[in-house]
Design a protein around this ligand. Structure first.
Ligand code: SME
Length: 157
């Protein structure tokens, strides 16, 4: 596996295209879920510098905080609550351009302005979510959806 991540400049698609093979390298041959989630969160944070990048894992009736990069965050989110719990309930990626306009948004930090949440699927069920927060409004678009969905599909959960 790579020792150091190669960080590139360029448009967002080019950044993802550089990052994805490196993420494949990090995941290759490593079966431990926590190790893999931790490295994916770190790789995304290093390349894109987002405010917060991390995972929540389904445990019973709640999402529980998993590996992440960024400020401390809420530890438990119930199904259907906030952006993460709504993504879980709908089994769908959610792009929120302005978190203050999302009913029920859970503000782990007042600095978070926009957010994308991508479900991690296992055998047709949501097993967790990837949550990415930006301190800018409208930080995420369809390019992020496409590539982040591709990245979470690489993780054997
Ligand atoms: N804002 C999320 C909660 C998680 S934190 O942003 C890290 C939500 O509404 O689900």
């Amino acid at each position: 596996m790579a020792e150091d991540l190669q960080i590139i400049q360029g448009d967002k698609a080019a950044q993802y295209q550089s990052l994805i093979p490196q993420i494949k390298g990090l995941l290759e041959g490593e079966p431990d879920l926590v190790a893999n989630l931790a490295n994916v969160a770190a790789a995304l944070k290093e390349q894109f510098g987002w405010f917060w990048v991390g995972f929540y894992l389904v445990k019973g009736e709640e999402l529980v905080l998993g590996p992440f990069q960024g400020p401390v965050a809420c530890t438990r989110i119930r199904k259907g609550r906030g952006v993460c719990g709504t993504s879980w309930a709908q089994a769908a990626t959610l792009i929120v351009p302005d978190v203050e306009a999302f009913p029920g948004h859970i503000a782990c930090s007042s600095l978070s302005r926009s957010e994308i949440v991508v479900p991690l699927m296992k055998a047709g069920e949501v097993a967790g979510v990837l949550d990415v927060d930006s301190d800018q409004l409208s930080g995420f678009d369809e390019t992020d959806r496409q590539f982040l969905e591709e990245i979470v599909a690489l993780i054997m959960i």
